[in-house]
Design a protein around this ligand. Structure first.
Ligand code: PNW
Length: 540
């Protein structure tokens, strides 16, 4: 059923991007070398006390860390060679902020070795015939900023992030045409500030999770808000100083745009006023245009798909509430959904003037059932329970898909089609790049077993099919003619992940790669069956 003879790259547009993804802390290693400053992940994995606290991050990462990781810092040329061999035309990586600005603050100085590393990496990706996609922030905040003002808890981070982004555009923007500001604010807020399992490991005391402090009911929203503002600031720097698009695309008030079935987050047209896309500027001369970078910039959001547990209005409302908490609405419309405003109340910050972008990265891993929660504890409030939805992986004892053993992920390809169609209808068919999609496996410690991963090949075949189905779905009838297929406007598919790597607080046990890393034997690379599946799919 998963034969690729009738289904391969040619089923997608010829300019579609196919690639794999990585992230600096999960891959690079060389954590304390070549002038890199520490990030909150170095502190978290080494269980060092936060400077303002005597507590440690005990037991959170099982003693494992990203000091060496896959040693990508030294081995990237071999890795990009493998990507080229597989027929990939894109590669997503992230830039370690503290590798190029060791303290996080531009005025403290830059690290030329760090700049050189990314310049060389980018040149190499391009030399191998691939498009570099750079993420500016994949969770590794410079520890200097955590110490100075509490990192993303402070709005001071916005200016520092904009400076960092500016430096990246300046040095790399001549060759990087795809910029991703932030990776998954939802996961960072939820696991970093609500349940405390990702750096900086904060949560409410009542959670009894050995956190260094925190408030699960307020901090995730403050951090989320500062992340959205940081994203907007970095986009603005790009548009004002680097991008210069040929045409201006300014969206103004529109009352017809809330075509969504979700009444909970549709909004009055007046709140669309701050919905501005591109900065208008006087026409530069042709010669001056040369120096403009003309790339695309967006954010990567993660979302599960949510299915009502029971076929009832209460549970479909619960599913809508769950998706309303994934930060998609503020990115597209510049305000929080009504249901967030209602359930979170005064704990939710508000935007003064927000900017939004329409080129987006989407990470999809799994789907959940959602059931209505009628009683909410009014004392122990948290980000993950404010949606008043009970999210589960099983219904009446039956799981939604095959369990992966990591992050409570279950394989459910249909959810990707449904999610893409939801985004298409609710947010006026934005351009979407799938920036992560993949599956993990645990307890695979031998090369022979590790490379034999038919489940992962099936996973990719089914999810690519799910993307193609969404792209070809004319089910809503009235799509803009701006693209060919009538359905979701997907432009690329980036698999998570290129190789096995450091899976955050789960350490090295979960393996997400299409390339096996032999941690016991000099980090040697071994292509898995899923990698060969991609090669066949891409070079067909
Ligand atoms: C993503 N969840 O994180 C990250 O972007 C990657 O760095 C990570 O390695 C990958 O997914 C696999 O976990 C997520 O629990 C972590 O819903 C957890 C969740 C979602 C995304």
């Amino acid at each position: 059923p998963h034969s690729i003879s009738y289904y391969n790259r040619t089923s997608f547009p010829s300019d579609f991007l196919f690639g794999t993804a990585s992230a600096a802390y999960q891959y690079e290693g060389a954590a304390f070398e070549y002038g890199r400053g520490p990030s909150i992940w170095d502190n978290f994995t080494h269980q060092w006390p936060n400077s303002s606290s005597n507590l440690t991050f005990a037991e959170k990462t099982n003693g494992e860390n990203g000091d060496v990781a896959t040693d990508f810092y030294h081995r990237y040329k071999g890795d990009t060679q493998i990507m080229k061999f597989l027929g990939m035309n894109a590669f997503r990586f992230s830039i370690s902020w503290s590798r190029i600005i060791p303290t996080g603050k531009l005025k403290d100085g830059v690290n030329p070795k760090g700049i050189l590393f990314y310049k060389n990496l980018i040149d190499d990706i391009i030399a191998k015939g691939m498009v570099p996609m750079a993420t500016l922030f994949h969770w590794d905040l410079p520890q200097g900023l955590e110490d100075a003002y509490g990192g993303f808890l402070s709005s001071k981070v916005v200016a520092d992030f904009a400076d960092f982004a500016d430096l990246c555009y300046k040095h790399f923007g001549d060759r990087v045409k795809y910029w991703i500001t932030l990776n998954e604010p939802w996961t960072f807020c939820w696991q970093g500030y609500d349940i405390g399992t990702l750096a900086p490991g904060r949560c409410s005391a009542w959670m009894n999770r050995n956190c260094t402090g925190g408030n699960s009911g307020t901090e995730p929203y403050i951090v989320g808000h500062n992340m959205l503002l940081s994203h907007a600031a970095a986009v603005k720097v790009y548009r004002d100083r680097y991008q210069v698009a040929k045409s201006c695309n300014i969206k103004s008030s529109s009352s017809s745009s809330s075509s969504s079935s979700s009444s909970s987050s549709s909004s009055p047209s007046s709140s669309f006023n701050s919905f501005i896309f591109l900065v208008v500027r006087s026409q530069p001369s042709n010669q001056a245009l040369e120096k403009y970078q003309k790339g695309k910039i967006g954010i990567t959001l993660v979302s599960h798909w949510f299915i009502p547990y029971h076929n009832t209005t209460a549970d479909s409302d619960a599913a809508r509430r769950a998706i309303d908490f994934m930060f998609m609405t503020p990115i597209h419309y510049g305000h929080y959904p009504k249901i967030m405003q209602k359930n979170v109340g005064s704990r939710l910050p508000s935007f003064t003037a927000a900017e939004t972008v329409i080129v987006n990265g989407l990470n999809y891993y799994t789907s959940n059932y959602a059931a209505d929660v009628s009683y909410v504890n009014p004392v122990n409030l948290s980000f993950s329970t404010d949606n008043h939805a009970n999210l589960t992986t099983h219904r009446d004892g039956v799981s939604i898909g095959i369990p992966e053993g990591v992050n409570d992920f279950y394989v459910y390809p249909q959810g990707l089609t449904d999610l893409l169609l939801y985004i298409m209808t609710k947010y006026q068919n934005p351009t979407v790049y799938i920036t992560e999609n993949g599956m993990g496996q645990v307890d695979v410690h031998e090369v022979e077993k590790g490379v034999n991963d038919p489940q992962r090949a099936v996973f990719y075949a089914d999810h690519l099919k799910a993307v193609e189905t969404a792209m070809n779905s004319l089910i809503f009838g009235t799509n803009p003619a701006s693209h060919d297929r009538g359905g979701a406007n997907v432009k690329g598919y980036i698999a998570w992940s290129f190789s096995d790597n450091f899976e955050w607080s789960a350490g090295y046990n979960p393996r997400f790669g299409i390339v096996y890393i032999d941690y016991k034997k000099n980090l040697t690379r071994h292509l898995k069956r899923s990698a060969y599946w991609f090669k066949k799919f891409l070079l067909a």
